[in-house]
Design a protein around this ligand. Structure first.
Ligand SMILES: C[S@@+](CC[C@H](N)C(=O)[O-])C[C@H]1O[C@@H](n2cnc3c(N)ncnc32)[C@H](O)[C@@H]1O
Length: 477
């Protein structure tokens, strides 16, 4: 398609920039009603006036006399090769009226020849929004459907119903325009209300490959996006909670998913017990512990959260975690290597290269849990009943309860229970009432280390909170 400079067949507007250089808002040709993406329909040619300048003088002209007369279009050079001679360049001009006095004056002063140059644009020139604005029906142009969340190589859309008839075109354009990072475009098919919190999805364009690898909190996560729960919007919350743990802590994650709390906590040095009822999540969790080299401090499982919580206290007591040991500095590693070489000649006990150097005070094994993480906001509150009598088995075990009491004020764990409320004005009242009912005794703002943290707005009148409190002796015995 050849277009005259007035861009009649495009949407065009011209505005003046501070340097009085007209900038042209060139839009792709409109093809409403397309059912299949024909990229060739977006090829256009635009003739513009240009000064034909000897190559050696082009830069001087561009930055001097021609400076305020240059043609400006985003992603387009104002100085281009002259297809007729390598000795010349074409400097594209903003003024497109041959008879304009300013243009005449410029040519008279410089003696450069005025020529018509053809600019070529194709599908690749425009962005996804521009292409879709040229394709979608008029009544869908107010919003842009190109927003997506990237999970690994998958662009994940949540299209409004009105856009669904055009979903494959939208998917293809998004794929084309984000080729460097996107290999698959999917649309969410339903809301997350199943047990495992994953959602069905339809591939709109690209590979039918749901196995993603992504990163969060400096950890790598691999999982089947169609089979597990993953929400990139929780990245901040995951980081915030893990930051609040000490590296000496023992953390129990009862709804662990593929590990966005558990793996970073393990990497920090925490001893972690993590489980998820979804077999696909549990196996990805295990694999992610391996991928991030924390399989020795992150124990994984595939249990219902209630069972998992109930067995956790004894499990850790009976099979304690090694104490936290600071990763060795490269200096300490080289020292150990030197000692090992020396020992090869004069055999004597050599410290293991992964252990804390002799000078560090030796710490006891970790056998008491410090945190329970419960991130299943729709239901987690109902699982608080699992804490009733949780420490009874330790109480009955010789020497164990004494150890808990000897550990002092913070010997009993914190609970971090995520929840939703549909009563934003009375969120605290609503959440505490439900939590107290499940636990079978009142949880009040006076509870030890109590905090009710707002996490995010999920939908109109639906907010996510994290209820945090320390379990008391009365609760767990
Ligand atoms: C909202 S996701 C949170 C996952 C992860 N902790 C995160 O922050 O991304 C809730 C997880 O709980 C798991 N789940 C659902 N019911 C469960 C139950 N009764 N016991 C254990 N896990 C459960 C789901 O499979 C899902 O992975």
């Amino acid at each position: 398609m050849l277009s005259r400079f007035c861009f009649k067949s495009f949407h065009s507007t011209a505005k003046m920039t501070a340097r009085h250089t007209p900038s042209i808002n060139l839009q792709p040709p409109v093809h409403r009603g397309l059912t299949e993406l024909d990229r060739s329909l977006f090829s256009v040619e635009v003739p513009v006036l240009a000064a034909r300048v000897p190559a050696a003088l082009a830069a001087e002209f561009r930055n001097g006399k021609g400076k305020n007369s240059l043609f400006f279009l985003p992603r387009t050079q104002a100085v281009v090769a002259d297809p007729e001679s390598p000795e010349y360049r074409r400097v594209l001009l903003a003024e497109q009226d041959r008879s304009s006095p300013s243009l005449q004056q410029l040519l008279a002063e410089t003696k450069f020849e005025l020529v018509e140059h053809t600019l070529k644009f194709d599908y690749d020139y425009w962005g996804a929004d521009e292409i879709l604005q040229a394709i979608l029906p008029e009544d869908l142009l107010d919003e842009s459907p190109t927003a997506f969340t990237l999970v690994g190589h998958i662009a994940h859309l949540n299209l409004r119903d009105a856009y669904l008839p055009h979903r494959h075109l939208i998917g293809q354009v998004i794929l084309d325009k984000n080729k460097k990072v996107v290999r698959t475009v999917v649309n969410k098919l339903d809301t997350i209300d199943n047990e495992f919190r994953n959602f069905r999805m339809e591939v709109l364009a690209g590979d039918h490959d749901f196995n993603v690898v992504t990163s969060e909190s400096n950890c790598t996560f691999a999982f089947d996006f169609s089979a597990v729960y993953w929400n990139s919007r929780l990245q901040g919350e995951h980081g915030k909670l893990v930051d609040s743990f000490s590296e000496h802590d023992v953390v129990c994650d009862a709804f662990a998913g593929v590990g966005p709390f558990a793996i970073p906590a393990g990497k920090k040095g925490c001893a972690v017990m993590a489980s998820d009822l979804n077999p696909a999540s549990a196996s990805a969790l295990k694999e992610n512990a391996r991928l991030n080299k924390v399989e020795h401090t992150v124990r994984t499982g595939n249990y219902d959260a209630r069972d998992f919580i109930r067995k956790s206290v004894l499990d850790v007591w009976n099979e304690p975690f090694a104490p936290y040991s600071k990763p060795l500095s490269s200096k300490a590693k080289s020292k150990l290597a030197r000692q090992a070489t020396k020992a090869a000649q004069d055999p004597s006990p050599v410290p293991s290269p992964t252990s804390t150097p002799d000078s560090a005070p030796s710490l006891p094994p970790r056998r008491l849990i410090n945190h329970f993480v419960m991130n299943l906001p729709a239901l987690a509150i109902e699982f608080l009943d699992a804490f009733k009598g949780l420490y009874r088995p330790l109480y009955d075990l010789e020497g164990a309860w004494e150890a808990v009491e000897a550990a002092g004020e913070a010997a009993l764990p914190m609970v971090h229970c995520y929840c939703f409320t549909k009563s934003p004005e009375t969120a605290e009242e609503d959440i505490l009432e439900r939590a107290s009912k499940a636990l079978g005794m009142p949880i009040t703002p006076q509870a030890k280390d109590y905090r009710l943290r707002f996490v995010r707005d999920v939908a109109p009148r639906k907010e996510m909170y994290c209820l945090e409190f320390r379990l008391s002796k009365e609760m767990v015995l």
